[in-house]
Design a binder for this molecule. Structure first.
Ligand code: BES
Ligand code: MN
Ligand code: ZN
Length: 495
């Protein structure tokens, strides 16, 4: 979809659909001031009927008798001067869903003009574009009948009076880049495990790099990983005929050649059966989503390259398939990680940390400014936070606070769990330096405690996205999260 920033008054624009907010108590939102009197009067009469309550997300179509707009979509925006960021997002979503139901090919959106608590016009516009564009995503790659594209092809957005046009244009571009990143992540996440293998993820990375001069990739195969001593990562792919891959993507946006990179590490288990510690059958299909950390990293790199951020970023994806077989790793096996630490694998279903720990040791070579790993790591994170909130753990409170703040700003929600040393003893092993599970309690914390032992050389945070990366039930599908959080974090960094 095409997005533009309007500079003329909305009333002057001919459009298939003009989108305007309505406050509770039946008052049209401010942008109506720029409408011609005839249309404004007609809309006021419609609102006065009470058919649109102004409740957040309510919608009503009006077909005005004479106007440059063929349709007007009224959208409930709640109480005037009390519009919360979350409610704004909800209203935008309702508007776009309503637009997709019609044959409108273009629309003028005035919602970014609304006053939102603790947010500015740039935020409103960025969120509007992000929500519209990410809503255009439809999965059909493995369906024989392709879904028809939505009729809507272009959206013109108005800006609040006096907004800085340069920053509004940048916000528009950022919103679009974030949405493209999310849609990239959704598509990879949704692809079945027999299509999206570690090799497929590797070729996706290579193809992405071919599109941007700023990106380069390096793919390590099992032989190369063995040479590096990645015994932990390789223990996960041991039972699969799909070869594990370590995918390294480097983005160079900084003109300073010595600028240290920000590093992202993604869990890329393209299917998690549990291995010999086989999972129960119910909903096991959803373990194709166990590479959503990797997908979010690829989505973020897509957005970073598209925006041309002036920093350096390195993305590393630990990709493997976790299968049971005669060559699979068994409970009780002891493996040696790249760091030299030995690991007793008490449960082969705790495989995410096994691939991540070697990737986390590998990234030391980049002398990172910071490292964030993103992983669908524990069922305990789903039990704790459901599908709304990602778990954030970091031994560096300043870094955790920075990410928590951004999660509030972007509404890509995350919340912190403690990573105190008191939990480390749960990982003790009689036969190795460390066990790969910490028992049935505090599962998200002990998983992060495990990773922490491999991240001592840099500033690190861990995002457990087991609950947020995809939805179950009728809406089953990848969400593209936490691409907004990651992209916004990178946007705010300096070379
Ligand atoms: N990929 C799963 C985590 C998961 C489970 C994500 C359900 C989303 C929904 C991970 O590899 C796993 O199996 N974790 C185990 C760890 C346990 C064996 C210590 C878990 O959480 O049960
Ligand atoms: Mn598992
Ligand atoms: Zn897993």
């Amino acid at each position: 979809m095409k997005y533009t920033l309007l500079n003329s008054s909305t009333a002057a624009k001919a459009t298939d659909c003009l989108v305007i907010g309505v406050w509770t108590k039946g008052k049209l939102t401010a942008p109506v001031g720029s409408l011609d009197e005839a249309l404004a009067g007609e809309l006021r009469r419609v609102v006065a009927t009470g058919d649109i309550s102004g409740k957040i997300g309510d919608t009503l179509y009006v077909h005005p008798s004479s106007s440059k707009a063929k349709r007007v979509l009224l959208v409930g925006c709640g109480d005037e001067s009390a519009l919360e960021a979350r409610s704004y997002r909800k209203a935008v979503n309702a508007a776009i869903k309503a637009l997709f139901k019609t044959n409108a090919k273009d629309a003028v959106m005035t919602l970014a003009e609304l006053p939102i608590k603790d947010r500015d016009g740039a935020w409103a516009l960025s969120m509007l574009v992000q929500e519209c564009e990410s809503s255009t995503y439809q999965y059909d790659q493995t369906k024989s009948k392709k879904k028809p594209a939505y009729a809507l092809k272009s959206v013109a957005c108005s800006a609040p009076k006096g907004a800085n046009r340069a920053s509004m244009n940048e916000a528009l571009k950022a919103g679009l880049a974030i949405a493209n990143g999310m849609n990239t992540a959704k598509e990879l996440g949704n692809l079945p495990g027999n299509v999206c293998t570690p090799t497929y993820l590797a070729s996706t990375a290579t193809k992405l790099a071919a599109k941007h001069k700023t990106l380069t990739t390096k793919i390590l195969n099992e032989k190369q990983m063995k040479k590096l001593g990645m015994g932990s990562l390789l223990s996960v792919s041991a039972g699969s005929k799909e070869e594990a891959k370590l995918i390294v993507i480097e983005y160079k946006g900084s003109s300073k050649t010595t600028s240290k990179p920000y590093v992202l590490v993604g869990k890329g288990i393209t299917f998690d059966t549990g291995g010999i510690s086989l999972k129960p059958g119910g909903a096991m299909d959803e373990m194709k989503f166990d590479m959503c950390g990797a997908a979010s990293v690829l989505g973020t790199m897509t957005a970073v390259a598209q925006m041309g951020l002036q920093i350096n970023v390195v993305a590393v994806i630990a990709a493997a398939e976790n299968m049971p077989s005669s060559t699979a790793t068994k409970p009780g096996d002891v493996v040696t990680s790249m760091s030299g630490q030995t690991i007793e694998i008490l449960n082969t279903d705790a495989e995410g940390r096994l691939v991540l720990c070697d990737a986390l040791t590998y990234v030391e070579r980049f002398k990172p400014k910071t490292v964030i790993d993103i992983a669908t790591l524990t069922g305990a994170a789903v039990a704790t936070f459901g599908d709304q909130t990602s778990a954030l753990l970091s031994p560096n409170q300043a870094f955790a606070d920075e990410l928590l703040g951004i999660s509030q700003d972007t509404l890509d929600l995350a919340w912190q769990l403690p990573l105190w040393d008191e939990y480390q003893s749960l990982l003790e092993s009689n036969f190795a330096d460390i066990a790969n599970i910490g028992g049935p309690r505090a599962g998200t914390i002990t998983a992060a405690c495990f990773l922490q032992r491999f991240t001592k050389k840099y500033t690190w945070a861990h995002l457990d996205i087991a609950g947020t990366a995809w939805l179950s039930g009728a809406q089953k599908g990848a969400t593209g999260r936490p691409v907004p959080l990651l992209v916004e974090y990178l946007r705010r960094q300096k070379a």
